[in-house]
Design a protein around this ligand. Structure first.
Ligand code: PAF
Length: 300
């Protein structure tokens, strides 16, 4: 039994906690009430209490040595969360990032010991927080764990075994490719769904096809220049497939805008614009979505 920490009690944090607590001691680190149990629910089934301990930064030292820590906070929160938690991590702790968009893998890697593996976990699990303390599990799907540093390469199979309670979990030695493919889906769906106040399925309408083509074309050009093997036709097919698979969902960015929260646009279109700038590739369509989301006040 491992000592696993999950950072963040958003929908994904609660889903991972639900599954992992069936095999391990799981501690959920939250900024919110630590005296309220957290719940997991599947459609038409009763709510179950998630069998995890709850803690916050002030009580962290009481929870013993952490074997694995999974950051489920947003890309823009990872660096701060990591620095706050770093003093509590053992020299052998294995760290896993799991968020939308591109973030701070290089920055975090530069602060790790040689034995601390860094991994990225992409997931198609989907959930919705129907109350601040409970998650409704809305989407079943596979999850993929990949190595982001040398130590993680050597421990990938071992860490995957620890996380086996997560459904349909597999590993890859090319997580960067998968992250880019997911980024392309997010770029096609998230900003437009938030700007136009629509569910994902509405983006298959012809009025959006031009802008989707243009943003993905720019993003694929940037990806190819970075040595990532993505093709525009496949990126479009993937994006339209996810729109139809999740047609009744509001994207995470739609929900962030609706609740006046900071969005992940900097880790999505912002990332494409920054890389495009460094590589001499023009990215006007990603820039216009970036500007539009940055300036959007919640009108939803
Ligand atoms: O961010 C999201 O909402 C999801 O990653 C996705 C795939 C766009 C589905 O809603």
């Amino acid at each position: 039994m491992a000592n696993i920490f999950v950072v963040g009690d958003g929908a994904i944090g609660l889903l991972y906690s639900h599954y992992l607590s069936q095999q391990h001691k799981v501690t959920l680190l939250t900024k919110h009430a630590i005296d309220e149990p957290r719940f997991y629910q599947q459609a038409n089934a009763p709510k179950q209490t998630i069998n995890c301990q709850l803690t916050n930064l002030t009580q962290l030292s009481e929870h013993g040595q952490v074997d694995v820590i999974i950051f489920t906070v947003k890309a823009y929160q990872v660096a701060t969360a990591f620095r706050q938690l770093k003093p509590f991590l053992s020299a052998q702790c294995q760290l896993i990032l799991s968020h939308n968009g591109m973030g701070n893998v290089d920055e975090i890697n530069s602060e790790l010991t040689k034995q601390q593996g860094l991994y990225f976990l992409t997931t198609r699990l989907a959930g919705y927080k129907d109350t601040p303390f409970s998650v409704l599990h809305t989407g079943i799907g596979s999850s993929i764990l990949g190595d982001c540093n040398q130590q993680a390469k050597t421990q990938l199979a071992e860490v995957k075994n620890l996380l086996n309670a997560i459904p349909e979990l597999t590993t890859t030695n090319n997580i960067q490719q998968l992250r880019f493919e997911k980024l392309l889906v997010n770029i096609a769906i998230n900003p437009l769904s938030a700007l136009h106040n629509v569910k994902n399925g509405a983006l298959t309408a012809p009025q959006f096809s031009g802008i989707i083509l243009n943003i993905l074309n720019e993003a694929c050009t940037v990806a190819n220049k970075l040595g990532i093997n993505v093709r525009l036709a496949e990126a479009l097919a993937n994006a339209y497939q996810v729109m139809s698979d999740t047609k009744n969902n509001y994207s995470s960015m739609h929900q962030d805008v609706a609740h006046n929260r900071i969005t992940e646009i900097d880790a999505m279109c912002g990332y494409i614009c920054r890389k495009g700038n460094q590589l001499g590739i023009n990215t006007p369509h990603n820039q216009s979505l970036l500007d539009a989301i940055r300036h959007k006040k919640s009108a939803i």
